[in-house]
Design a protein around this ligand. Structure first.
Ligand code: MSP
Length: 503
């Protein structure tokens, strides 16, 4: 069986999760569920980034220890992932004992191999970014709390791998997705690459993984956190397990952290003689009024509130349908409401209602058999038959919004098909008329297939549809036409109640 190993970034434990964080994790969950639907074996890793200055400062402010602070705050993420029905395989915390030990092991090995050296460095340090920045970055002015620092530190020989990295990017055209980010990284690599400062003196920061060969220092948070992608799948603990998943297929992230992944992480892997991941995928930002949603700006939308009012699936649907991977997208309640009412309440919800009412009324609650169908029926049957391949191909190409649109266009077509055939008129005069029965059965078949294909995006609501249409769990992965005749339809409530204007 083909395997897929996919990861999200590790979120800073301090921050309250907002829609931007939710998006990356939902995206990973949706891809993971679609890959399972196409018969792949999937491992999905997510977690929290728990060391560093900001955590130390936040704990101090709250008059608690960093450890107690992260033990409490990482739960915000766990809770949100549970509310969003995220089916991850592992949630890693960078304070996990195994992770800490393996980071030390990597440092010790690289030190012994001469890949790490000590040097005195004087440069501009951004406290908000927790790293040394270049003069050019300083001039660009995006960094806060910049000060001049001169200190002894440990450096990883990142520069050594510059050429190898450039070659790898050029030889593997879909290594960095989208193209615009690939070009950004290639542009960055045109200038000589510096070595990476991977330590912080304890005199300034204590909350980190101690450098194993010098206990006056802790490890730079990024060097620590990036290693989660291998420590999270038992690197150096269970070799068979590790080898069965590594290299990662998809490292998913926002475009803000592409350099740390495409440059720092890749050169770290090279120094450790490990194969590179297949794809690094950078998505765009969720914006509010053209500005990035972020905690520091204070324009964040709390996903829990939307989930409480409209359910997790409507949020999952909106975020997946509305963003083209790689581009920015805007969030507003108006847009959310319009999508919800148009796609979910009207097109999908009303359709299901319509069909189940007709089957209840004319077919004694049983989906009829299909016999001798006509040209109009055939058109819909053809659409149903090609839909799985079409939409799953879009998923493979990471066009999630297009895959959803393909499915929803069939859903809209089912509504049109019913209008065209008017089975209620035919069956009212003769409730055994085969053409009327065919229409109901084919429409029901089409909605069942649409639900199977929408399941990765809206698992709970599609589960409800499966229950209503009596689709047993073993056939939920069966995407062939002709699965539903004879099923007994269950009574149900409105699946997606409309959001009214005064909401
Ligand atoms: N801890 C680092 C990542 C370490 S990975 C080894 C980090 N954490 S973060 O909490 O800032 O989360 C970053 C990720 O959250 C982004 O890469 C992106 O996936 C997501 N987003 C945060 N704000 C976002 C938007 N406004 N829009 C879309 N996604 C955003 O960086």
């Amino acid at each position: 069986m083909k395997k897929i190993y996919l990861t999200t970034p590790l979120y800073y434990v301090n921050d309250k999760p907002h829609i931007g964080h939710a998006y990356t994790t939902i995206l990973a969950d949706v891809i993971s569920r679609y890959q399972k639907l196409s018969g792949k074996n999937v491992y999905f890793l997510t977690g929290t980034d728990e060391h560093g200055q900001k955590v130390q400062e936040a704990a101090l402010k709250l008059n608690t220890t960093p450890k107690d602070h992260v033990d409490k705050f990482h739960k915000n993420y766990l809770e949100l992932w549970s509310r969003l029905n995220i089916d991850f395989d592992k949630f890693i915390r960078t304070t996990d004992e195994n992770h800490v030990n393996k980071v030390k092991k990597v440092l010790q090995t690289l030190w012994e191999k001469g890949e790490i050296y000590q040097a005195e460095y004087e440069g501009l340090y951004s406290v908000s970014e927790e790293r040394f920045i270049t003069e050019k970055e300083y001039e660009e002015g995006e960094y806060r709390e910049v000060k001049k620092l001169k200190e002894k530190n440990y450096f990883f020989k990142m520069s050594k791998y510059q050429e190898q990295l450039i070659n790898h990017i050029n030889d593997n055209s879909d290594f960095i997705i989208p193209e615009s980010r690939k070009n950004e990284i290639l542009g960055f690599l045109k200038k000589p690459l510096d070595d990476l400062c991977i330590s912080r003196p304890k005199s300034r920061l204590e909350w980190g993984i101690e450098i194993p060969f010098d206990n006056d220092y802790v490890t730079y948070v990024w060097f620590d956190a990036l290693l989660n992608y291998i420590t999270g799948i038992k690197w150096d603990r269970d070799n068979d397990f590790f080898k069965s998943w590594w290299p990662a297929d998809y490292h998913l992230m926002g475009k803000d952290i592409i350099t740390t992944h495409a440059v720092y992480w890749m050169t770290m892997l090279m120094a450790n003689n490990l194969p590179l991941p297949k794809h690094i995928i950078a998505h765009g930002w969720w914006l509010i009024d053209k500005t990035k949603m972020s905690k520091s700006i204070g324009n964040v939308i709390n996903p829990i509130e939307l989930i409480e009012h409209y359910g997790e699936d409507s949020l999952r649907y909106f975020l997946m349908r509305e963003m083209t991977l790689g581009q920015d997208a805007s969030f507003s309640f108006e847009l959310f409401k319009r999508r919800y009412n148009d796609d979910l309440a009207n097109d999908l919800g009303n359709l299901l209602n319509r069909i189940t009412i007709l089957i209840r009324k004319f077919c004694n609650n049983h989906v009829p058999d299909i016999q001798n169908y006509d040209k109009i029926d055939e058109d819909l049957i053809d659409k149903i038959k090609i839909l799985p391949n079409k939409s799953l191909k879009n998923i493979d190409n990471l066009k999630i919004n297009m895959a959803i649109e393909e499915i929803m266009s069939v859903v809209r077509y089912i509504n049109k098909y019913l209008e065209l055939k008017e089975p209620w008129k035919i069956l009212k005069t003769n409730n055994t008329d085969q053409s009327g029965l065919n229409t109901l059965s084919i429409a029901c078949e089409a909605i069942a297939l649409s639900a199977k294909l929408l399941f990765p995006v809206m698992p709970s609501k599609c589960d409800e549809i499966f229950k209503i249409l009596n689709i047993p769990s073993e056939s939920r992965y069966n995407l062939k036409f002709g699965q539903i005749s004879g099923n007994h339809i269950q009574k149900h409530n409105v699946l997606f109640p409309r959001i009214e204007d005064n909401d």
